[in-house]
Design a protein around this ligand. Structure first.
Ligand code: MLT
Ligand code: MN
Ligand code: ZN
Length: 299
C-alpha cells in the first residue's frame, strides 16, 4: 500500500488564522513550515482506488495537491470517496461537508462517532440534498472481522472516552477515539494511525508491535506545553494527548518499536513545527521521525 500524508497539524493548522505565536509566525515567514490538518490518503496498489483517514477543513485542497488523488481523465467526478475516521473532532470531520460534490461518500466510524456526526452535527440532514452517504461500522479487533475496503482490511483499536466539546454530554464510550489499523493482505503489511492518544493501553501496545508504520499523536512536545504557552490551563494528558517527551511521553516507548514511527497532529505551540529546533535531534537519536505534509510511504 501507499500512504500519502495530506496534512500533519492539529486543530487550527500551522499557521492558525487567529494566532501569532512563534510557530504560526515562523510558518508565515517560511511557507515550507506550513502544515494542514492531519489526514492520510491510503492507496491500495492495483486496486486503483484510495481512502482517506480523517477529513479536515482543508481536505479538498489536500486532495487536489496530489495528482494520484484527482479524478482520472474523462472521469467527470471522483465517483466514491471513502473516509475512515479516528474520532468525531471537528479538525478530523469538517471535511465531510467539503466533500459534498462526490457522487457518494462511504464513511467508516465507530458507533459514538457516527451518532455524534449524524445526530449532533446533523450531517445526514445537511448532506442529503448534495450527495448520498453510507455509514459503515469500523470493527474492533476480537468483536468483528476487519472490514474489507478496496483491497485493504481496516479495523479500530479503542483509545479513549474523550468526546468532542460539541458532544460533551453524550454517553461515555471507549470508542470515541480510536487508532485506525490498515492492513494490506497482499503485501502482509500494516499501518497504524493514531493522531489522538490519551493512554497507552495493552491493546495499543500490541497493535504497535504488529505494525510496519505508526503515525502517532505529536500534538504537544511535553505535558506542560499547553500551560506554558498559555493556550489552556490544562496539561497535555488532561486534554487527551500524551506528550512526545518527558515522563508521560511516548518517545521512549516508540524508541523500542520495530516499526517506522512518525509523529503527526502537531499543534502550532509544539517546538517541532520549527525545523531548526533542537528537539528534532533528540527524536532522531531515538530513531523517530516527525511527519511532513506530502510524504509518500510505500509499505
Ligand atoms: C483535539 O485534538 O484535542 C481536538 O481537536 C481539540 C479541539 O479542536 O477542540
Ligand atoms: Mn485535534
Ligand atoms: Zn500559533
Amino acid at each position: 500500500m501507499l500512504l500519502r500524508t495530506l496534512g500533519t497539524a492539529a486543530g487550527g493548522g500551522v499557521p492558525q488564522w487567529n494566532c501569532a505565536c512563534p510557530g504560526c509566525t515562523g510558518a508565515r515567514r517560511h511557507p515550507d513550515r506550513r502544515r494542514r490538518h492531519d489526514s492520510l490518503a491510503v492507496l491500495s496498489e492495483g486496486a486503483a482506488t484510495w481512502c482517506l483517514v480523517n477529513a479536515g477543513p482543508d481536505t479538498a485542497e489536500q486532495i487536489e495537491a496530489h495528482p494520484e488523488l484527482r479524478p482520472g481523465s474523462g472521469q467527470r467526478r471522483t465517483p466514491v470517496v471513502r473516509i475512515i475516521l479516528t474520532d468525531a473532532e471537528l479538525d478530523h470531520t469538517l471535511g465531510l461537508l467539503r466533500l459534498r460534490e462526490a457522487e457518494h461518500l462511504e464513511i467508516f466510524a465507530t458507533r459514538p462517532v457516527r451518532e455524534a456526526l449524524r445526530e449532533r452535527l446533523g450531517l445526514d440532514h445537511v448532506l442529503t440534498p448534495y450527495t448520498t452517504a453510507t455509514w459503515r461500522d469500523l470493527p474492533l479487533p476480537g468483536m468483528a472481522p476487519a472490514t474489507e475496503v478496496a483491497g485493504l482490511r481496516i479495523s479500530a483499536i479503542p483509545l479513549s472516552t474523550k468526546r468532542p466539546r460539541y458532544a460533551c454530554d453524550a454517553p461515555v464510550d471507549d470508542c470515541w477515539v480510536v487508532a485506525v489499523r490498515i492492513e494490506d493482505p497482499g503485501h502482509r503489511t500494516t499501518a497504524l494511525y493514531a493522531p489522538a492518544l490519551a493512554t497507552w493501553s495493552d491493546a495499543f501496545e500490541k497493535a504497535v508491535a504488529e505494525a510496519d508504520c505508526v503515525f502517532l499523536d505529536g500534538t504537544f512536545w511535553d505535558n506542560e506545553e499547553p500551560r506554558h504557552t498559555g493556550i489552556s490551563g490544562r496539561t497535555a494528558t488532561s486534554m487527551g494527548h500524551l506528550p512526545v517527551a518527558g515522563a508521560e511521553g511516548t518517545a521512549e516507548r516508540l524508541a523500542h518499536v520495530a516499526a517506522r514511527c512518525l509523529y503527526t497532529h502537531l499543534n502550532n505551540t509544539n517546538p517541532l513545527v520549527d525545523p531548526t529546533a533542537p528537539q528534532h535531534a533528540q527524536l532522531a537519536a531515538l530513531g523517530l521521525e516527525v511527519a511532513q505534509d506530502g510524504m509518500l510511504i510505500s509499505l
